[in-house]
Ligand binder design. Structure first.
Ligand code: IFM
Length: 443
């Protein structure tokens, strides 16, 4: 097991130009619920049996009150950048205007980051859709895409030059598939006929937001963050390979191909008509708006076999696995980046999330998470291998700055490089956080 994060001496990732950061998301850390409108995750948390530990985001890491200490904490890690998300229901009123108190909250954070020379990577949508929009159909309603454009327009005007990079959406796959097809995330809608419709409106929202970001904030890097779970066949049988390729198109390529090729994968023709999105003339041109960067989130891979009834069947991930049950397989990270680079004409890539949930133990005030250090070491080197093979990766963000509300898992899974005691809200930097800091500061 590795106890240090190291990279080959000649690695581009050891240059000072390579951006290292930590990432969070509004609903997962902020709390401060009374100072914003309700969102779909508030409703989902209040629905019995949706969150494993029955918890919610009302307090979370209390970052709403503790943000100044948290910015000091971020600074103390020596990072170049901080990736945060804006809570749409905190900054926009029900009638679509700015809520100045909410805006001020973020202006203060952005100004403090700037004063410390920490680049702000702002995500506009990390899943906390205002509930009043869900009440009108949420991402199944095309109008939501235009509401998002209005939000992006207003907020990018007031943020001015405080933002280094904007991501429109975080992981539209999760919003669309987990939220509107599998129903395991908010708003909890189940049905194959909904997922791709929601996905189309999310991607449309992305394209519409890109239009206003390009106009209001031409000097920031403007793009999107996609998550990928690369698909591998269980065997080299033709049937397993075909099933795996279908799964890859359904879960991964569905979200990236429209951005670069202006088209959905060909498997659309194999999906029942009632599952198709409604695509209006001009939509694909909006969706394929130029992006300055692609954010890639990677955690694990998935293995598939052919199935007589469904197109594919995912098998149980083999060991080694993290505490959330995801297989640790860094080679897939390299192969993913190289294959995306082969398939598409990519802009520069940022690894906007990578990390591991581990069963951390706080012993005598210390969290000796060697397993997480090992994970980071192997995944950072996997990114380096992709760079060596020609992929332009400009930065890497650890998920996450600190333990937080892990969606349907509640507070049971810890992804932080900083430990959070949820009773006292005391933060303790884990061994992985110290190792990350050493890597960054020793460059
Ligand atoms: O915690 C999430 C994050 O909000 C989005 N990407 C995956 C992380 C781990 O599940």
């Amino acid at each position: 097991m590795t106890v240090k994060l190291t990279l080959p001496a000649q690695s581009k990732m050891l240059s000072k130009d390579f951006i290292y950061g930590v990432a969070t998301a509004s609903f997962q850390i902020e709390g401060g619920k009374d100072a914003r409108l309700p969102c779909i995750w508030d409703t989902f948390c209040n629905t019995p049996n949706k969150i494993i530990d029955g918890s919610n985001g009302e307090v979370a890491c209390d970052h709403f009150n503790l943000w100044q200490d948290d910015v000091e904490l971020i600074d103390s890690l020596g990072v170049d950048a901080y990736r945060l998300s804006i809570s749409w229901p905190r900054v926009i009123t029900e009638s679509g205007e700015l809520n100045q108190a909410g805006v001020n909250y973020y202006l203060n954070i952005l100004d403090r980051l700037k004063s410390k020379n920490i680049k702000a990577f702002v995500t506009l949508y990390h899943w906390d859709l205002p509930q009043h929009l869900e009440d009108k159909g949420g991402w199944l309603n095309r109008e939501t895409a235009y509401k998002f454009q209005n939000y992006a327009d207003l907020i990018s005007k007031v943020f001015g030059d405080r933002v280094y990079a904007y991501a429109t959406l975080n992981e539209p796959f999760c919003s669309a598939f987990l939220g509107y097809e599998a129903g395991v995330h908010a708003p909890g809608i189940v049905g194959k006929e909904f997922g791709k419709k929601a996905a189309h409106h999310l991607l449309l929202a992305h394209g519409l937001a890109m239009q206003v970001l390009a106009k209001n904030s031409p000097s920031s890097q403007n793009g999107i963050v996609l998550n990928f779970t690369p698909c591998y066949p269980e065997s080299d049988s033709a049937a397993d390979i075909k099933a795996t390729s279908f799964a890859d198109d359904y879960f991964n390529q569905w979200y990236i191909k429209p951005l670069f090729d202006g088209d959905y994968p060909e498997i659309m023709a194999e999906l029942p008509k009632e599952n198709h999105p409604e695509i209006l003339e001009g939509d694909m041109a909006i969706i394929s708006h130029h992006i300055d960067f692609l954010g890639v989130n990677f955690y694990t891979r998935a293995i598939y076999r052919a199935d007589a009834e469904e197109h594919f069947l995912q098998i149980k991930p083999p060991a080694p696995r993290t505490d959330i049950g995801w297989e640790i397989y860094p080679k897939a990270f390299t192969e993913l980046l190289v294959s995306l680079n082969d398939k598409y004409v990519l802009p520069p890539v940022y690894i906007t999330e990578n990390g591991a949930a581990m069963a951390d133990k706080l012993v005598d005030g210390v969290i000796n998470d060697l397993d997480r250090i090992d994970y980071y070491h192997n995944h950072l080197n996997a990114v380096n291998d992709a760079i060596v093979q020609g992929v332009q990766v400009n930065g890497y963000f650890a998920w996450s700055l600190m333990d937080n509300f892990e969606w349907a898992e509640g507070y049971l899974k810890r992804f932080g490089i900083v430990y959070v005691d949820y009773d006292s809200q005391v933060r303790t930097i884990k061994a992985s956080g110290l190792a990350y800091k050493a890597l960054i500061t020793n460059r």
